[in-house]
Design a protein around this ligand. Structure first.
Ligand code: UD1
Length: 390
């Protein structure tokens, strides 16, 4: 029996992990035993616990409760905690055979460092993505985690190409003889586990969640916005431009905007925005600021919105899965295929570009080709992990 330790910590990882857990429970029973470690990077009820309940994920076997902190503090605490769990398992004679990490958060990086240093293979899901913007903490986390991983599961062709430029040549293999089991690192184009999840949960969400009705929204009759990246929340010019654009679009187009607010953004609003802008937000009935959304809520919002406006990578992609065009509130994106397909426009935090991008996408026929796999990425990933470890 293969013993895997799955690391989760930030909101999107909890959701991504649901796809792999489901595949283990349906296709790999008796072959793979999964243990879940929650780092505690996200800890609010609506940033963490709500997803376990909604997606039917088993409670984590371990919780490090690290909470918030500077990058160095958070990363160090998680590394220490993960190492302890891995070493205790070894001491108790039930070692983990591999560690599964998702995406690009501090939890991802920290767990990869802890595992590889005690010679436990790391399997990185969502590998190979690059924004080529090293000021993003996530870009640092991705680059380092990819270097340390035994198998790099990339969701898209672009991810594969990025890695081949970084030396994963000859069928995605990189020679690295000093890996503990003598095996080379390699890349697998697996497709996207979030696509698996969106397909699986979309109808369940329609059935179980009434957010559209509760907020009095209509199909393709509103905008969904999300803002949480430090480049926007920690920069008052950027945050003000985004809010001015949202308010002006809502008023001039007579359209509702739903904004589920990340706690980081909520805490910074009164610091970064002028009193006048805060007042405009307060009295505007079109801009509906709500608590962070559950997964079912965000899926339904993405599926029904006319346009999505976001600085989140995951939300960009889910909008695409549900054939909703997307204005990207960042200077670049890792999901370049969305732009190439014409289903998204990069507007950064620039007032005029945001307004212009909205006007283009709200009035354009957009194509949504299948770019993110076939909805079976999780099975493919588990099959590869089993081959590697057996
Ligand atoms: C993290 C990830 C980011 C991911 C995002 C998803 C890193 C570097 N960033 O960003 O890639 O897109 O998660 O949401 O790992 N906070 C709370 N309650 C919580 C969690 C956070 O109030 O449960 C507040 C705290 O003030 C905290 C701040 O949000 O300091 C930022 O949280 P943190 O986990 O450091 O980063 P995110 O912005 O959530």
């Amino acid at each position: 029996m293969i013993r895997l330790l799955t690391i989760i910590g930030a909101r999107p990882q909890i959701i991504k992990a649901a796809a792999l857990s489901r595949a283990i429970n349906t296709h790999f029973v008796g072959q793979v035993e999964e243990y879940i470690l929650h780092t505690g990077q996200h800890y609010d009820q609506n940033m963490s616990a709500v997803f376990f309940d909604e997606l039917g994920i088993p409670q984590p076997n371990y919780n490090l409760h690290v909470g918030s902190g500077s990058h160095a503090t958070q990363t160090a605490r998680i590394t220490e905690g993960v190492e302890k769990v891995l070493m205790e398992a070894q001491t108790n004679g039930v070692p983990f055979d591999g560690v599964v990490v998702y995406g690009d958060t501090n939890s991802t990086l920290a767990a990869a460092i802890a595992a590889v240093k005690i010679h436990i293979p790391v399997f990185h899901i969502e590998a190979g993505l690059r924004s080529f913007n090293i000021t993003m903490p996530e870009e640092v986390n991705r680059i380092v985690c990819d270097q340390l991983s035994s198998i790099l599961f990339t969701p898209t062709q672009t991810g594969w190409e990025n890695l081949s430029k970084e030396g994963f040549v000859e069928g995605g293999i990189k020679q690295r003889v000093h890996f503990s089991n003598g095996k080379n690192q390699y890349v697998v184009l697996s497709g996207d586990v979030m696509y698996d999840n969106s397909l699986y949960f979309s109808e369940i969400a329609d059935d179980k969640c009434d957010i559209i009705e509760r907020l009095g929204l209509s199909y393709r009759g509103f905008i969904l916005a999300t803002i949480h990246r430090p480049a926007n929340t920690d920069n008052s010019t950027n945050l003000q431009s985004i809010f001015c654009a949202l308010l002006d679009i809502a008023d001039s187009q007579d359209i509702d905007i739903v904004l589920p607010l990340h706690p980081r953004t909520r805490k910074l609003l009164s610091i970064q925005l002028t009193a006048e802008l805060l007042q405009r937000i307060e009295v505007n009935n079109r801009l509906k600021i709500i608590e962070p959304a559950s997964f079912f809520e965000i899926i339904r919002l993405e599926k029904n919105a006319r346009v999505v406006m976001t600085d989140s990578g995951g939300v960009q992609k889910e909008a695409f899965f549900f054939e909703t065009p997307c204005v990207i509130l960042r200077p670049e994106t890792e999901w370049v295929e969305i732009i190439e397909a014409g289903a998204g426009l990069i507007a950064d935090a620039d007032y005029h570009r945001i307004v212009e991008a909205y006007n283009v996408l709200a009035n354009k026929r957009v194509a949504f080709p299948p770019l993110f796999g076939d909805g079976h990425a999780s099975e493919k990933i588990l099959g590869e992990i089993c081959n590697y470890l057996i």
